[in-house]
Every structure is written in structure tokens, then in C-alpha cells.
Write a protein that binds this ligand. Structure first.
Ligand SMILES: Cc1ncc(COP(=O)(O)O)c(C=O)c1O
Length: 405
């Protein structure tokens, strides 16, 4: 007999509160279905989704091609492990290599695993050189994930402190001071890791000067550059990867989020010289790159390269203009930053009440770095959605800032 699943919000929340590890402070809403840029709760109320599962539902919800491909793949074959070949992994790796210029891919299941693989193969590279280097330079406000390695290079002490000791040899430098970065990188540095456009840290693109400092520091010391493009990469800014936009040539790149459109997929990408250090048995993942994951990634990459990235590039300025119009009406807004379908609106005060007011009005956004409203709409977002977002956000700012809902 099939288990009866309740969709009564009170019961859903009560059941979770008993048996789910309490690591998430969820908003009090239970979603049941979605379509394009909209989510619907159990009562049938629609919400405009401008957070897309934190940058994951790149094709929106219930995308017809992705849905059909997943169903078709499930009916054929889901998983065989990495003991055997299947036709899709090489196919997706080829597409990622074309897009990134990095010729080899390791498939995993999340962004944090892509970062772990990146850190491991940075060490592996230096180990193979016969001159091991283990130190890493990372940036303030950087976020790289929750597993022990990725956490070690994540800046916010709030995430790290309860789990220390973490990896030794990590130095954090200002994300806005090129001289500090240049001074910190030396012949012991295995790698510099940075998000070319910081997501969790408040939607902050690195400056051209910081990018130049990363380039110079790597050239001088031989350190590898790991670009964490888990959030900002894969076309989200209207170009394949934001590091290239900054004139950076990563040796290693971590990707995830948008790649599976909702199916968990991560991928670490490697230059030829870093990849050359890898040997059979060095690293692995039971699920990594299985047929379901690769089929979903294949659909996403097909869509991305047949018009969707151009759409993101074209809708980005429209989102920016809408946000700037809203910002002009609210003195609490101090900055608007971003590109494509990743935007941050910084306030002069905590952003949480505005996020709550937006939810009440049927708009899904989130808060990051305390004072920043973050918008990560699906790549397929249309002008009409943007216009509706602006109306709802304007009202949410009024309500959230006055504290009068
Ligand atoms: C830049 C960046 N790196 C890594 C991660 C970790 O990804 P995941 O949550 O899929 O492990 C995130 C998640 O937000 C991220 O934004």
C-alpha cells in the first residue's frame, strides 16, 4: 500500500519538526507544483519564483523537454555506477569542455563536491610535481560549500567555527584589496580559490583589479587558480563563465546548481596539465555522472547553447533597469549589483523583513549577507515576469521597511 502523504501545511511542518535534522529555518509555505517561473502551494496560490531553488531550476519548473527527458531516461536506465561506461557522460563532458575551454571533467552531485574535487586535484597536481604544496588562499565573503574541504575555504566564521579544526593552511584575504592578495600568495600556495562573482557573500563581482591580481599572483608563484562558478557560471551572467569575462583562465573550475535544472549534478573541470596528474582510483563518486544526471545536464546544455544564454544576456539589462527603478523609490536601497539572472539589492538594514513581505505578496527572493536581497530567477524568465517582480518587490520594500504589513 502506498503511504499517504499529507499536504496540509500544519501537518507537514509538524512532521518535519519531529524527524528532520533542524538545520534549515524554512519559510512557512509548502509547495506542491510548479510551472515555468511560478510555484504553487497546497491551496493553489501562485508565487513568482525569483530564487529558483537557489539558482538550480535554470529551465524553470516542469520544463517540457527536461520533464520528458527525465521520464524517458527513468524508463530506460537511471544508474549503473562508474564501474561501467554509458553513452551520456562523455557527451556531457565534451559539451562542458567546449563551453569552458577546460578539457576534462569529474562528475559529482553538488557544488560542494565539485569544490572538494577541485581542492583535491590542486593538491594532487603539486604532489605529482614532487614538490607538494598544500596552502590555499581564499577571499573574504567567499562561499564554497559545507563539506570539510569546501568549508575550510569558506570565509564566514559562523559556518566554520562549530566544525573546526578544518584544513590547515588557508589564508583569507580581502575581496577588494589586490595588494593583500598579492602579498599572501607565495611558493607554498597550491591554489587561489575565488568566485568570480560572489553569490552568498552578497552578489559581488570581483573588480578588474582583483582579477588582475589573481592573474599576477598565479604567474609569479605558480599557484593554480580555482574558479568557483557553482553559482555564477554556466551562462547565468549571459556568458558561459564569469571568469572569462574577467580575463581569467582557471586551471580548475567548480560548477553545479543550474547544470541539472533540478537534478543534482556537480562537475569539476580541469586543465590538461592538472588532469594529467590524475590516476585511476584517485577520486570517485558512486552516483557521479549517472545517466539521469547526465541526461538532465544534456538538456540544460542544449537549451543554453541554442538560445537560452542569449536570452539571459538580453533579459539581464531589463532586470537591472527594473531594479534600479524600484531602488530609486526607496532610500534604504544602497546598491544594485549583478548581471544576467543573478542580482543583489543591498539595503542599509537587515533584508529579512523584506524577504518575508515579498513572500506574503507572492514573490520568492532571499536574503544573503544580512543586508542583501538576492534574485536568482530561472534563465527562462520573461519581461512580463520581471515587470511583475518589480511591482511586488516595490510593495515588499514599502512593507518590510516600514515594518507595516
Ligand atoms: C559559489 C558556491 N560554491 C559552492 C556551493 C555549494 O554548492 P552545494 O550547495 O550544491 O553543495 C554554493 C552553494 O550555494 C555556491 O554558491
Amino acid at each position: 500500500m502506498e503511504t499517504m502523504i499529507t499536504n496540509n501545511p500544519g501537518e507537514v511542518m509538524a512532521r518535519e519538526s519531529e524527524h528532520v535534522l533542524q538545520t534549515y529555518r524554512r519559510s512557512p509555505v509548502v509547495f506542491e507544483r510548479g510551472n515555468a517561473c511560478r510555484l504553487y502551494d497546497a491551496a493553489g496560490r501562485g508565487y513568482l519564483d525569483f530564487i529558483s531553488g537557489i539558482g538550480v531550476s535554470s529551465l524553470g519548473h516542469a520544463h517540457p523537454r527536461l520533464t520528458a527527458a527525465i521520464a524517458d531516461q527513468a524508463a530506460q536506465l537511471l544508474h549503473t555506477s562508474n564501474l561501467y561506461f554509458h553513452p551520456l557522460q562523455g557527451e556531457v563532458a565534451t559539451r562542458l569542455a567546449e563551453l569552458s575551454g577546460l578539457p576534462r571533467v569529474f562528475f559529482c552531485n553538488s557544488g560542494t563536491e565539485a569544490v572538494e574535487a577541485s581542492l583535491k586535484f590542486a593538491r594532487r597536481f603539486w604532489f605529482s610535481q614532487g614538490a607538494p604544496r598544500t596552502e590555499v588562499v581564499s577571499l573574504e565573503r567567499g562561499f564554497h560549500g559545507r563539506t570539510m574541504g569546501a568549508l575550510s575555504v569558506t570565509w564566514d566564521d559562523h559556518y566554520r567555527a562549530p566544525f573546526s579544526p578544518l584544513l590547515d593552511g588557508v589564508t583569507f584575504v580581502s575581496n577588494t584589496d589586490p595588494a593583500e592578495l598579492l602579498a599572501a600568495v607565495n611558493e607554498r600556495t597550491a591554489a587561489i580559490i575565488a568566485e568570480p562573482l560572489q553569490g552568498e557573500g552578497g552578489v559581488r563581482p570581483l573588480s578588474a583589479e582583483m582579477a588582475a591580481a589573481i592573474r599576477t599572483a598565479c604567474e609569479r608563484s605558480g599557484a593554480l587558480f580555482i574558479a568557483d562558478e557553482v553559482q555564477c557560471g554556466l551562462g547565468r551572467t549571459g556568458v558561459p563563465f564569469y571568469s572569462a569575462q574577467l580575463g581569467l583562465q582557471p586551471d580548475i573550475m567548480a560548477t553545479g546548481k543550474a547544470l541539472g535544472g533540478g537534478v543534482p549534478v556537480g562537475a569539476a573541470l580541469f586543465s590538461a596539465r592538472v588532469a594529467a596528474a590524475a590516476a585511476f582510483g584517485d577520486h570517485g563518486s558512486t552516483y557521479g555522472g549517472n545517466l539521469l544526471a547526465c541526461r538532465a545536464a544534456q538538456v540544460f546544455l542544449d537549451e543554453l547553447t541554442s538560445g537560452l544564454m542569449a536570452h539571459v544576456a538580453q533579459i539581464g539589462p531589463h532586470i537591472e533597469a527594473a531594479l534600479r527603478r524600484v531602488a530609486a523609490r526607496h532610500s534604504a536601497v544602497v546598491d544594485v549589483r549583478g548581471a544576467g539572472v543573478i542580482w543583489g539589492m543591498e539595503l542599509d538594514r537587515p533584508a529579512a523583513p523584506v524577504v518575508e513581505a515579498a513572500l506574503e505578496r507572492g514573490l520568492l527572493i532571499n536574503r544573503t549577507a544580512e543586508t542583501v536581497l538576492r534574485l536568482l530567477p530561472p534563465y527562462i524568465v520573461e519581461s512580463a515576469d520581471v515587470d511583475q517582480m518589480a511591482v511586488l518587490l516595490d510593495a515588499a520594500l514599502d512593507a518590510g521597511i516600514r515594518g507595516d504589513r
